[in-house]
Design a protein around this ligand. Sequence first.
Ligand code: URA
Ligand code: URA
Length: 222
Amino acid sequence: MESKEIINSLKTFLEGEKLAGIKEFFSPSISPSQQLKLLSQKVHQCAKCPLAKTKKHYVFGEGDNQAVLLFVGEAPGGEEDKQGKPFVGRAGQLLTRIIQSIGFKREDVYIANILKCRPPENRNPLPSEIENCLPYLKEQIKIIRPQIICTLGKFAAQTLLGVVTPISQLRGKFYDYEGIKLIPTFHPAYLLRNPQGKVPVWQDMKKIKDELRPNCLRPSGR
Ligand code: URA
Ligand code: URA
């Protein structure tokens, strides 16, 4: 069809729609940043589990709304709870350096957690808490659509992959998470206690860098 013909038939179609009383042809689409804002508002009203009462701040996550790389941790700790931001304590400072080691700025990536509220005394997340909170992260992933998800530590890897395999066996390999490449690595808090874990983490980061290099640019249409 000639482009003139296409335009004419679209015109005819839209006029028909108008006569039929249909005012909105294109579904109103909202940008990823607006979608994340709405989701964040939803999280900030969440009362699905008792953590909402014991926490100081919800920690939704932060970063580039269209980041190619998403880091997923476990849950906010004390400093994150105080500031309402992910990975801002000692482990967070190490994560920032890990991110910089592969040529990104912290604000180029997105950082989130499985739980949006701090468990008291930083205890492990309960299965019920993960069940309540995971839908928020899944929604974040759908909106951001990163090329790579890097999970930090045992909880994030086991939760997103739905396995109970030890992190030492999971790390350093790419898996599929709903069509997105997912690579588990050690948690930076673990590295603070076990510096020998740094070499494997650098190796995992190199794999991420190599994977992203050939297609650093977003496919068009994003
Ligand atoms: N540990 C995590 O898993 N997440 C944070 O945000 C901070 C520390
Ligand atoms: N155990 C964990 O929970 N996380 C790590 O990163 C390493 C050991």
